[in-house]
Ligand binder design. Structure first.
Ligand code: ATP
Ligand code: MG
Length: 575
């Protein structure tokens, strides 16, 4: 490709509303443009990368025996009514009516449609197992679309759905997809981890997420320092502390704590560690009442764990301030277990504390040297909190370490949920009708592009892993429009690269070298060759890898081996 004809829509300035680096760089490099919240166009440069992601996914899905099809975005409400999700799905589902007043939605996912296809086309166990997949546009009316295509409303997903005659078959199809995902993510050349996403059960593999590691990731993922355990932290069990609780010391005492409404304010005001304070959160119960959730001051509530507790409203809702005042008689900021009249759940670590500080259930007052059993009811403890770095690993092997990740894939065993509700069945070997066992497997295609940048960039721009690079090689001739020798050498090299299948960009835009170089760095081309009159005179060219510190002069003789190294995958489109 000649840059003069390609139109690199690069921007010099950082776009003001882009918060994370991948979003900034995708806008600056001219990969995407925004039209509305969470709605983007992919410009030619961005589309090149997106197509590479799709191609790798497609090849590995095909290799794993899945069959590609293409399902519609527009989905009739009837199918969603059959599965029961028309009523269950929240406002993320974009509903609409057509000119005949028929209800429909724009698909956020395709279980209903694929099950409808299956029940019309397949009727015997002999046709199983089957795995249908597509690479297609989804719409989810996200409450907070943000970070560009990382969390957008319209995005491209690869979604696959497997059908098997029994549970063992479903497990097998799931394992095949697990392996295909490993092959896909290996090929991207990104650092990633597969983690358990089921409810913390060790070894259970009914659901796994694939995360690209990046400090800016929305998810926290936990690994055991010595074992194989890896899971999204929202699912990881926090083990109760071992050993005896320390015996109570001094007697309980009330202290004035005006204005100290947070743990930080309390800890610094009283000069105690947050670990010595109790944090009492009030949430709505499912019967209109209130429930107290009590944690150690430095710990965070785990929403999923809380929602599962008997009596707690799900989804979890923090109680309204007015209601707390009305029921408890005091404000948030000074609530504690001593004399508390509502139902409470105490986290294991909070129950292991002694001589702690907690709210006195009186505005602007706290209690010190409080002890369970002695000063308030003994705590029956539950697991309520998020694990933290250094907690013991649930597999008993070492400690948990936490890394941040971006969820780019999710594989899941669905069982008979959709086949039963939508009355899809096949005849088994005995001629009995059976609802097939399904699995579903998603990859966030557009999100992967952003995640790759989030993981691979520097202050000059994107650093593409070879497999995703829009161009492998940039040829930057100096004075292309002034020096006939440079023009000839550059055109020759360009033709030679094209003939050999190197995905090459020739920068023939008559720009100053500095501008050329910064554009090539910004868009992340992995290799750069500079040709100049000075170099030609010495039979040399200048080479720089995108992450190299400095460029180096190389003799022309090295060109052949360099070009050989840059020949793309057979799948690569050369233009
Ligand atoms: P999240 O927790 O990030 O909302 P999800 O659990 O809703 O994800 P799935 O329904 O499992 O996601 O979708 C499969 C994949 O699609 C996800 O792993 C993610 O990579 C991608 N994805 C989901 N929502 C979005 C979005 N709003 N924008 C871009 N990609 C998305
Ligand atoms: Mg979601």
């Amino acid at each position: 490709m000649r840059a003069s004809r390609y139109h690199l829509f690069t921007l010099k300035e950082n776009p003001v509303d882009a918060e994370i680096i991948s979003h900034q760089l995708m806008l600056r490099s001219g990969m995407i443009r925004r039209h509305a919240a969470g709605i983007y166009s992919w410009l030619p440069l961005g589309l090149r990368v997106l197509r590479k992601v799709e191609q790798i996914i497609r090849e590995e899905m095909d290799r794993a025996g899945a069959l590609e099809l293409l399902m519609p975005s527009f989905q009739p409400a009837e199918l969603w009514q059959e599965s029961g999700r028309w009523d269950q799905f929240g406002p993320e589902l974009l509903r609409l009516t057509d000119r005949h007043n028929r209800d429909a939605c724009i698909g956020p996912t395709h279980e209903e449609i694929v099950t409808d296809i299956f029940r019309r086309e397949v009727n015997s166990y002999r046709q199983l197992p089957l795995n249908f997949y597509q690479i297609q546009t989804k719409f989810r009316d996200e409450i907070r679309p943000r970070f560009g295509v990382m969390r957008s409303r319209e995005f491209i997903m690869k979604d696959a759905y497997s059908f098997d005659i029994d549970k063992d078959g479903m497990q097998h199809s799931y394992d095949v997809m697990d392996q295909a995902y490993i092959a896909i993510f290996d090929r991207f050349g990104l650092e990633y981890r597969a983690v358990n996403a089921d409810s913390g059960a060790i070894g259970g593999s009914t659901s796994q997420e694939f995360h690209v590691l990046a400090d800016s990731g929305e998810d926290a993922i936990a690994f055991s320092s010595e074992g194989q355990f890896a899971a999204n932290i929202e699912t990881v069990e926090a083990l109760p502390p071992t050993g005896e609780r320390a015996a109570p010391g001094a007697t309980m005492q009330s202290v004035d704590t005006p204005g100290m409404h947070s743990i930080e304010a309390l800890a610094s005001g009283l000069k105690v560690a947050p670990q010595k304070c109790l944090k009492t959160l009030i949430v709505d119960a499912d019967d209109d009442g209130l429930i107290a959730l009590i944690l150690r001051g430095d710990h965070e509530l785990n929403t999923l764990k809380a929602e599962r507790l008997d009596g707690v409203a799900s989804p979890l809702r923090m109680a309204q301030r007015d209601k707390i005042k009305q029921v408890l008689g005091n404000d948030i900021g000074s609530i504690g277990p001593v004399g508390l009249t509502i139902k409470r759940y105490v986290d294991h670590s909070a129950a292991a504390m002694s001589d702690f500080v907690c709210g006195a259930n009186q505005d602007d007052k706290h209690l010190q040297n409080v002890n369970w059993g002695r000063d308030c009811d003994e705590a029956v403890s539950v697991d309520l909190r998020n694990i933290i770095d250094g907690d013991p690993s649930p597999d008993g092997k070492g400690q948990l370490r936490i890394l941040r990740g971006i969820e780019v894939g999710h594989i899941f065993q669905l069982g008979q949920k959709y086949s039963e509700s939508m009355q899809s069945s096949v005849l088994d070997m005995q001629g009995k009708t059976v609802a097939p066992f399904m699995g579903c497997y998603g990859i966030g295609v557009t999100r992967i592009v952003a995640a790759a940048i989030e993981q691979n960039h520097d202050d000059r721009g994107i650093i593409w892993p070879a497999a995703l690079a829009p161009f492998m090689l940039a040829i930057c001739p100096i004075n292309y429009h002034k020096s006939a020798a440079v023009k000839e050498a550059a055109d020759d090299l360009y033709q030679r690269c094209r003939a050999q299948g190197v995905n090459v960009l020739l920068d023939d835009r008559a720009l100053r070298p500095g501008v050329m170089f910064s554009d090539m760095d910004l868009i992340g081309v992995p290799h750069r060759i500079v040709l100049s009159d000075r170099g030609l005179g010495a039979q040399q060219f200048e080479y720089k890898g995108r992450s190299d510190q400095d460029a180096q002069d190389m003799p022309f003789d090295n060109l052949t081996s360099l070009i050989d190294k840059l020949v793309c995958d057979p799948c690569d489109t050369v233009s």
